[in-house]
Design a binder for this molecule. Structure first.
Ligand code: ZN
Length: 294
């Protein structure tokens, strides 16, 4: 059992190193994602297994086949598809996982949380007094030289509608454009002729920018058609990294829709935990050829 003991010691050393990096606040190693603040209170509150996954996933020291190959010469291949399996492969790159719907399931877990934050804001905005009555002089009294008052875009109307591609398939509102594309969310106001086309990706953290560009491109034609019909159209790709790091594009959208302060923090926490928790489940199921969502 000497081999086992050496392994335990090495494992402990890798773990200690990752924890020390995390303690130094080096949680964010990627551009385009928000810094992640984990307080001691959070650390204590986090379930041990969850925390262990979170830290080891961030620093890529989980016992993936590729890591086990490097450390101990074991078989580096994926149990599902026989490709070399590093963490990126397991969490975002496995064809078998993709075909079995594992990534779609995680995507929808995150989407539910994001959609719920937007839906709360939409409903709250629609129930406000009419915009003209609520702040009749709002823009009139901006002191000279002062910045114009910040104004979230939702507040300008009370007839916001929203569709999310959850549960049943989203059909893009034909009044805006005709398309078979199904973005994750559509938020629109007829009175303003304003539409947000929102598309969520849950990528590997290094690929956040790439995902943003790809999704922007995918909806370019649809946006052009909507604009042609007179709609002020914004295509808003948003990303939540599969290890729970929330992209700046996501916080920007929340802010632009007026989701700020505590409600922004709750929304970010919810989507981050949904991504990370689902990834942990995918990790636990990495050797399991059959797939059942949690
Ligand atoms: Zn695979």
């Amino acid at each position: 059992m000497v081999v086992q003991e050496v392994r335990h010691q090495e494992e402990a050393a890798r773990w200690a190193k990752a924890v020390s990096l995390a303690k130094q606040g080096q949680w964010t190693r990627w551009d385009s994602v928000e810094k992640r603040k984990i307080s001691w209170k959070d650390l204590w509150a986090m379930e041990a297994r969850r925390l262990s996954f979170s830290i080891r996933a961030t620093y890529d020291v989980l016992p993936t086949p590729v890591n086990l190959h490097q450390w101990y010469g074991e078989d580096p291949d994926c149990a599902l598809c026989s490709m070399p399996a590093n963490l990126r492969h397991i969490l975002t790159g496995c064809k078998t996982s993709l075909t079995q719907g594992r990534y779609t399931w995680r995507h929808n877990q995150v989407l539910k949380n994001l959609a719920s934050a937007l839906e709360d804001k939409r409903a709250a905005t629609n129930s406000l007094p009419p915009p003209a009555a609520s702040h009749p002089l709002r823009t009139t009294f901006v002191r000279e030289g002062a910045k114009p008052l910040e104004r979230d875009q939702l507040r300008l109307a009370r007839d916001w509608k929203m569709l999310a591609d959850i549960g049943r398939q989203l059909v893009f509102p034909p009044e805006i454009a005709t398309t078979t594309l199904r973005p994750d969310m559509v938020l629109w106001s007829h009175s303003l002729k304003k539409v947000f086309i929102i598309e969520l990706t849950v990528p590997w953290e290094d690929s956040v920018d790439e995902a943003y560009e790809r999704k922007h491109l995918r909806y370019a034609d649809l946006a052009a058609e909507a604009r042609h019909h007179g709609w002020n159209t914004e295509v808003r790709p948003v990303e939540v990294g599969c290890r729970g790091f929330v992209a700046t594009s996501t916080t920007r959208l929340l802010r632009d829709l007026g989701i700020k302060g505590q409600s922004q923090r709750s929304a970010i926490k919810a989507v981050s935990e949904a991504a990370e928790g689902s990834s942990q489940w995918l990790w636990m199921k990495r050797k399991d050829p059959s797939w059942a969502p949690k």
